[in-house]
Ligand binder design. Structure first.
Ligand code: NAP
Length: 300
């Protein structure tokens, strides 16, 4: 069910997903975690775009697994700083592949549902990616380089990430919570974006299960159920018992185009087809996860 007594190096572990990786894998394994932003006592400072330093740190630790999870995750930042985006999200992944080969260890890489162009309503693991923007393209190149070059490649594609709590969550849930805390009575929510929430804690548990089964490859890995930004917002208000106090005003994406100018697919809904066929899909329904996430992290 889970890997045990392994040495795991986690690069880029200071973000919303890194926190869940740390909490989960520290129970049974020996970890070394790093990030360019040393925001936790258990993190070492490392910018993995410094190849020599990355090699030195990982080789010194001599892990059984390399988890390369960090990336520039703001789509807008990637559009504005394209060289840095490719250097961080692609070239550093090539370096991680070299480490995986040198040490002959599995490499775990996190990709995104955003690599698809959104023309289909749902995407299986084997649908063909067609990334729309710089972030998606750089992550797709990372995915390809891992699959083609790593010693034992694992690629896990996440959807709309939920996790990290008030401090680390940079994404949709926390953006809504912040507006609620500021006292808004109407939330403007897009009605033309569809995806699948992905609870960080379920995500890491399922990765552990796949690693324990030694079945490397590419996996879609999202919560069960399908949804839209509007459905997620409705559910947040329901869980927080605010449905009567706060209303939702549906708008299309153009309403936010100044702030969110990077291209985004209409649909980035994933289905964990491969995991289900292998009987390894332990992801829970997004509503159950959302409720757990809100209740354990946010006091309104
Ligand atoms: N968030 C999502 O909705 C989502 C969805 C699908 C896939 N993913 C993927 O999931 C992975 C984890 O992302 P996340 O959700 O945890 O986002 P996150 O909270 O932004 O975490 C990413 C972490 O990587 C760090 N990082 C960036 N460049 C680095 C570098 N050169 N060296 C070392 N660390 C660096 C970031 O540091 P700074 O904060 O200082 O930049 C941040 O702590 C990423 O590969 C991302 O592409 C995320």
């Amino acid at each position: 069910m889970a890997i045990k007594n392994k040495k795991i190096y986690i690069a880029g572990a200071g973000g919303m997903l890194g926190h869940a990786f740390y909490e989960h894998f520290k129970k049974n394994n020996h970890l070394e975690c790093s990030d360019k932003d040393k925001n936790e006592h258990w993190l070492k400072e490392l910018d993995f775009t410094f190849t020599d330093k990355y090699f030195e740190e990982v080789k010194n630790f001599n892990p059984d697994y390399l988890f390369h999870i960090g990336a520039i995750t703001s789509l807008e930042e990637c559009e504005l700083n394209q060289d840095l985006a490719y250097k961080t999200n692609y070239l550093a992944v090539e370096d991680a592949c070299k480490l995986s080969n040198y040490l002959k260890i599995p490499l775990i890489y996190i990709s995104t549902a955003g690599i698809f162009d959104g023309k289909k309503d749902f995407y299986n693991d084997w649908d063909l990616p067609n990334p729309l923007g710089v972030y998606a393209h750089s992550k797709f190149l990372g995915e390809q380089t891992v699959i083609n070059n790593a010693h034992q490649p694992y690629v896990f594609r996440a959807g709309w990430m939920m996790g990290g709590g008030p401090e680390k969550d940079k994404k949709f849930i926390n953006k809504i919570i912040k507006q609620i805390k500021e006292g808004v009575t109407t939330l403007n929510i897009v009605n033309d974006k569809f995806g699948t929430p992905t609870y960080t804690h379920d995500f890491v548990k399922n990765i552990d299960l796949v690693l324990d089964n030694e079945l490397c490859g590419i996996y879609n890995l999202v919560c069960e159920g399908v949804t839209s930004r509007a459905d997620v917002t409705e559910e947040i208000l329901k869980v927080l018992k605010l449905s009567k106090k706060i209303s939702i005003n549906l708008v299309n994406s153009d309403y936010f185009k100044k702030e969110y100018f990077a291209p985004r697919p209409y649909s980035e809904r994933l289905i964990n087809k491969k995991l289900s066929l292998r009987n390894l899909n332990i992801m829970r329904d997004w509503k159950v996860c959302l409720s757990e996430y809100l209740k354990t992290n946010f006091k309104i």
